[in-house]
Write a protein that binds this ligand. Structure first.
Ligand code: ACM
Length: 268
């Protein structure tokens, strides 16, 4: 089975409406090019900045989720809506909503591992000052392909992707926003490592680089394959990466190197 996906590396700016307009243009283009699964980046409707999350946050259903639902329905595609700040009572989550072509909500993932880091001379960020973590893993079906979804920093916890693989995920979507410190060091490595260990496709979708924002995203949206290779990737500018998930390739690699079958959980 083959599934064509589009990773939409959009530039995120101040102003929710402007970001929704950019997303709409790029979603329409991706659908026109024949992609069936359209993926947006982490925090695609808001600058990635703790000071902005509360004012942009919305409950469900809200302006952004209604937009995603209507787009999925009109364009007859699956949309993994990157992530947005979700308001739920007195808490804010970093949440991804996934809609089917019928406009049904088929998945929802709240980022489970919050990005609280302090790299000397590099970058400090503390999502937990404003955001709360989710407590669940997320898996859903896209035209018969089993798909997991995690958000950015979630990729750094191998057990989380492994759990999805053991639940049958063949591909894992990762809306993300690495930066100019962690990106060059760990972006490709994390994608390839999770892909190799689990023999799955890893689809990492970043915002494009915006030098005017307080947090500069790394870009380089990419897909890593079940062999641990980088299938294809973008550079730093706004653009769309079209990729093909091929489930036969997963089967081939898993037959050649039966890593998941050779695990010995009893001694770990
Ligand atoms: C991240 O979790 N946004 C790096």
């Amino acid at each position: 089975m083959k599934l064509k996906a589009a990773l939409i590396q959009m530039k995120v700016v101040e102003g929710k409406d402007l970001n929704l307009q950019t997303a709409e243009k790029m979603l329409r283009k991706s659908a026109k090019e024949g992609a069936r699964l359209l993926v947006l980046p982490e925090m695609f409707n808001v600058p990635y900045d703790n000071s902005r999350f509360p004012e942009y946050a919305e409950g469900y259903p809200g302006k952004t989720t209604e937009f995603l639902k209507d787009m999925a329905n009109e364009l007859n595609v699956y949309i993994a809506g990157g992530s947005i700040p979700e308001q739920d009572r007195d808490r804010i989550y970093n949440t991804s909503y996934i809609f089917s072509p019928a406009g049904e909500l088929i998945g929802k993932h709240r980022k489970a591992h919050l990005f609280d880091i302090d790299v000397e001379g590099g970058i400090t960020f503390k999502e937990s000052d404003v955001l709360s973590p989710g407590d669940e893993s997320t898996i859903f079906d896209v035209d018969g392909v089993k798909m997991g979804l995690i958000i950015c920093y979630d990729i750094r916890f191998p057990e989380f992707t492994r759990k999805l693989a053991l639940q049958g995920a063949q591909a894992v979507l990762v809306p993300a926003a690495f930066n100019l410190v962690t990106g060059p060091a760990h972006w490709h490595l994390s994608a390839r490592a999770r892909a190799l260990d689990n023999q799955v496709y890893m689809l990492l979708c970043s915002q494009s680089r915006n030098q005017e924002s307080s947090y500069t995203a790394y870009g380089h949206s990419l897909m890593a394959g079940p062999w641990g290779d980088i299938d294809s990737e973008l550079d730093i500018e706004e653009g769309i990466l079209y990729v093909t998930i091929d489930t036969e390739k997963i089967e081939k690699v898993r037959n050649e190197l039966p890593l998941l079958k050779h695990r010995r959980e009893e001694i770990y």
